[in-house]
Design a protein around this ligand. Structure first.
Ligand code: GLN
Length: 506
C-alpha cells in the first residue's frame, strides 16, 4: 500500500467514525434511522408472511397435496427460510456488508414472488427457492443494522428493537391477511405479485433512506481495491444463484429436510468455534453467553410455533366462533391475534424497560428471557384450561383461547426483540451477521421441532371425535406448560452464571 492510500484509508476511517458518532448520539428515545428500517422491514415481512400464509392453502387447494404432505412441506420451507439466515449473515460480515446483502436478498425475494405470480402451479417450488435464499440475505442483516444504530451500553437499544418488532408485526398482520384473501377470493397470480410489489416498495424505501445510515452496513472490504472487492461480491451473487437448484431439490423432497437440519447446526457451530479460536477469552465468554440464549430460544420457538400447526387445527376443530360476543372464524383469531397484541403492546413493553432502566431496576436480559418462558408456561396452561369450558361436542371458548394468545405474546416480547438486541451486544462487530444468523437458525430448529411436537400431540385415532381431539391436544399443552415453566426457572437460576460470562453487558 502506498503512503497516499494509507492516508486515504485513515481519513476515511475518521470520517466514518464521526458520521457514526453523529447517528449514535441521537436525542430522544429512537434514532430517526430506526423508522427507515422499521418501514423497510415492515414491507419485507408483509411479503414474507403473505407468502407464508398462502403456502399451505395453495398446496392443498391448487396443487392437490394431501394435508399431511402440505404440512410437512410447509415445515420444511419454514425451516429452510430461517436456516439460510446463517449463510446470509456470514456473507454480509465477510464480503457484502449489510446494505448490499439487503438489496440482494430483497431482489431475490422479488424475483421469487414474480416467478410464483407468473405460473404458481408449475413454478411453485422454483419461486419458493428464490424467496428462501432471498430471506436468508435480508432478514438477519436488517436486524443487525438496527443494533448498529446504538453505542455500546446505550440503554435505549432494547426499546429500539421493541419498536422495530412492531413494524415486523404490522407487516405480518397485513400480509398474512391480505395475500391469502386475494388468493382465495380473486387470483393466486395477483396474490403472489402483491407479495412482490410490496417487497419492491420495501427496497425503494431502503434505497431512498440508506444514505442516512452513514457507514453502517458498508462493505467490510473497503480497504481492498474496488476490482478485487467486486470479484468477491460477484462470486457471492453467482454462488447464491447456484444454490437454488439444490434448495429446490431439498424443498421438493422433505426427507432431505431431516438430513439438512442434522448437518447445518453442527457445521455452523464448528465454524463459530473456528472464529472463536481467534478471539480473546473475554470475547469468547460473551459468545458462549450468546449461544446459551440461542439454545433456549430453540425451545421457546418449538413451543411458540404450535400456532401455525397444532393450534390452528385446535382452532379448526375445538373452538366456538364468538369473540367477546362477536362472531368470528377462530382460525382468523389464531392467525392474527399474536400480531395484533404485539402491535398493541410492543412499544409499551419497550417503554417499560426504558423506564425501569432510568429508575435503575430494569431486569437483565437473562431474567427477561426467564420471564418469557414463564409467560409461555402460563399461556399453555390457559390453552390446557380451555378443556374445562368445553361442551359435550368438544367445542370450547374462543375468548379464553384469545387470552392465552395475549399471554404468549407477552412472553414473545420478553424474548424475541431482546434476543435480537443481545446478539448485537454480545458479538464482536465482525461477527454480528453470523450471530444474528445463528439467532434465526435457532428459529429454524424451533420450527422443525414444533412440527414434531405437534404431530406427537395429535390424536393417534384417524376418526377421533372433536371431544377426543380436545383431550389429546390439551394434554399436550399441559406438558408444554410444565416444560416451559421448568425452562423459565432454569434460565433465571442460571442467570448469575451467565451474567458473569456476559462481562458487564446487560
Ligand atoms: N415474528 C418474528 C419475525 O418475523 C420472529 C421470527 C422468529 O425469530 N422466529 O421476525
Amino acid at each position: 500500500m502506498t503512503d497516499d492510500q494509507i492516508l486515504d484509508d485513515s481519513l476515511q476511517t475518521t470520517d466514518s467514525q464521526s458520521e457514526l458518532d453523529k447517528i449514535q448520539d441521537f436525542q430522544g428515545k429512537y434514532p430517526k434511522q430506526l423508522w427507515y428500517l422499521f418501514l423497510t422491514e415492515m414491507w419485507e415481512r408483509f411479503s414474507f408472511y403473505g407468502m407464508r400464509g398462502m403456502l399451505t392453502v395453495f398446496m392443498v387447494n391448487e396443487l392437490f397435496f394431501k394435508e399431511q404432505d402440505a404440512n410437512l412441506k410447509y415445515g420444511a420451507i419454514q425451516a429452510f427460510v430461517y436456516a439460510f439466515t446463517f449463510i446470509g449473515g456470514l456473507f454480509a460480515d465477510k464480503i457484502l456488508g449489510f446494505k448490499k446483502s439487503l438489496f440482494w436478498g430483497g431482489l431475490l425475494m422479488i424475483i421469487g414472488s414474480f416467478i410464483l405470480a407468473f405460473s404458481p402451479q408449475d413454478l411453485f417450488f422454483f419461486g419458493i427457492s428464490f424467496t428462501i435464499i432471498g430471506t436468508g440475505f435480508f432478514k438477519p442483516n436488517i436486524s443487525t443494522m438496527v443494533g448498529a444504530l446504538y453505542k455500546e451500553g446505550d440503554v435505549r437499544r432494547d426499546a429500539g428493537f421493541g419498536l422495530f418488532y412492531t413494524g415486523i408485526n404490522i407487516g405480518a398482520l397485513l400480509g398474512g391477511f391480505l395475500c391469502v384473501w386475494v388468493g382465495k377470493e380473486y387470483s393466486w397470480n395477483i396474490a403472489f405479485s402483491l407479495a412482490g410489489f410490496v417487497m419492491i416498495i420495501g427496497l425503494i424505501t431502503f434505497y431512498f433512506t440508506k444514505h442516512a445510515m452513514g457507514p453502517i452496513g458498508d462493505s467490510p472490504l473497503l480497504h481492498l481495491p474496488k476490482q478485487k472487492r467486486q470479484v468477491r461480491e460477484i462470486v457471492v451473487f453467482v454462488g447464491s444463484l447456484l444454490c437454488i437448484p439444490l434448495i429446490l431439490m431439498m424443498v421438493k423432497k422433505t426427507e432431505y429436510t431431516d438430513l439438512f437440519m442434522y448437518i447445518i447446526g453442527p457445521c455452523t457451530l464448528i465454524y463459530l468455534f473456528y472464529e472463536m479460536s481467534k478471539l480473546t477469552l473475554a470475547e469468547n465468554k460473551k459468545l458462549f453467553a450468546a449461544l446459551f440464549f440461542i439454545f433456549f430460544s430453540i425451545v421457546f420457538w418449538a413451543f411458540f410455533e404450535q400456532s401455525g400447526g397444532s393450534l390452528s387445527l385446535f382452532a379448526l376443530n375445538n373452538l366456538d366462533n364468538s369473540l367477546l360476543g362477536v362472531t368470528i372464524d377462530p382460525n382468523v383469531v389464531n392467525n392474527t391475534s399474536n400480531s395484533v397484541f404485539v402491535i398493541a403492546l410492543s412499544a409499551v413493553v419497550g417503554l417499560i424497560w426504558l423506564w425501569m432502566a432510568r429508575k435503575r431496576f430494569e431486569p437483565n436480559t437473562m431474567v427477561k428471557f426467564g420471564l418469557g418462558f414463564l409467560f409461555l408456561a402460563a399461556a399453555f396452561y390457559i390453552f390446557y384450561g380451555t378443556r374445562f369450558f368445553a361442551d359435550e361436542t368438544g367445542k370450547t371458548s374462543l375468548d379464553i383461547f384469545t387470552v392465552a394468545y395475549l399471554v404468549i405474546t407477552l412472553g414473545e416480547l420478553c424474548l424475541s426483540p431482546i434476543g435480537l438486541s443481545i446478539m448485537t451486544k454480545l458479538a464482536p462487530r465482525h461477527l454480528w451477521g453470523v450471530m444474528m444468523g445463528m439467532w434465526f437458525l435457532a428459529s429454524a430448529y424451533g420450527q422443525y421441532v414444533a412440527g414434531i411436537l405437534g404431530a406427537g400431540m395429535a390424536s393417534p385415532k384417524e376418526d377421533a371425535s372433536n371431544a377426543e381431539k380436545l383431550i389429546s391436544y390439551t394434554d399436550g399443552y399441559y406438558q408444554l406448560a410444565i416444560y416451559a415453566f421448568i425452562a423459565g426457572v432454569a434460565v433465571i437460576a442460571l442467570s448469575p452464571l451467565i451474567k458473569k460470562l456476559m462481562g458487564g453487558v446487560k
